[in-house]
Design a protein around this ligand. Structure first.
Ligand code: MD3
Ligand code: FE
Length: 199
């Protein structure tokens, strides 16, 4: 059953093992066309998470700033959002328009994502859908005004989260992953897919 964490709705085990494997295959094809990269923040720090994207727009960052780009780093359009991923959005988002942006995050050993707010999207009323694959990750959600106080929960492979309403602007991050806690990725690590309406 669904779990609420400061307004974020988590659906543990939404995807069974077969669906996780099929989605991972689709995401490997995305990463073949648009390879994972370690982006630089505007402040000049390298992120520990590796990223790529699918859809009309992909979130990127470099010294110039955070933004949505219509092309990947080699100048070509991002690959299409896989059908397996769109299916989850249609099941859980509660809206009848498909997302234009699919960010794919890869967490290797030691990768983390500091507390932040997602506000680079043009219209913040649309929900965000997040899908976790692979290793367990300690997810943290704070408030909308301040990062603390916060609540945390381990996200596991196959868990899906829907973020809408007031929680859309909540501070959140990934404290750490439990490397090799899942055998979904033979090489270890965690893949997170976030679906958004960016444009
Ligand atoms: C809560 N990704 O890519 S997904 C991100 O697991 C990001 O890779 C994390 O935060 C990850 O921006 C967390 C769950 C999530 C996504 C968006 C949110 C939680 C959110 C937006 C607002 C509040
Ligand atoms: Fe985020």
């Amino acid at each position: 059953d669904a779990v609420d964490l400061n307004g974020v709705t988590i659906m543990p085990g939404h995807l069974d093992r077969r669906a996780q494997e099929a989605m991972l295959d689709d995401l490997r094809a995305v990463a073949k066309a648009a390879p994972f990269r370690q982006y630089e923040t505007p402040g000049g720090r390298q992120m520990s998470v590796r990223m790529t994207a699918a859809g009309a727009r992909g979130w990127v960052t470099d010294r110039k700033g955070y933004r949505y780009a219509e092309t990947s780093f080699d100048g070509s359009p991002w690959p299409d959002i896989p059908a397996s991923v769109l299916t989850v959005w249609r099941q859980v988002s509660g809206v009848d328009r498909d997302p234009d942006s699919c960010l794919v995050n890869f967490y290797g050993e030691g990768a983390r994502m500091g507390l932040h707010q997602d506000k680079d999207e043009a219209d913040l009323h649309w929900p965000v859908v997040s899908i976790s694959l692979g290793d367990d990750a300690l997810f943290r959600v704070g408030g909308v005004e301040t990062p603390t106080p916060s609540k945390s929960r381990w996200l596991k492979s196959g868990d899906v989260a829907v973020i809408g309403g007031a929680a859309r602007l909540a501070w959140h991050g990934i404290d750490r992953i439990k490397f090799r806690s899942s055998d979904l990725l033979p090489e270890g690590g965690r893949v997170n897919v976030t679906l958004r309406m960016a444009g």
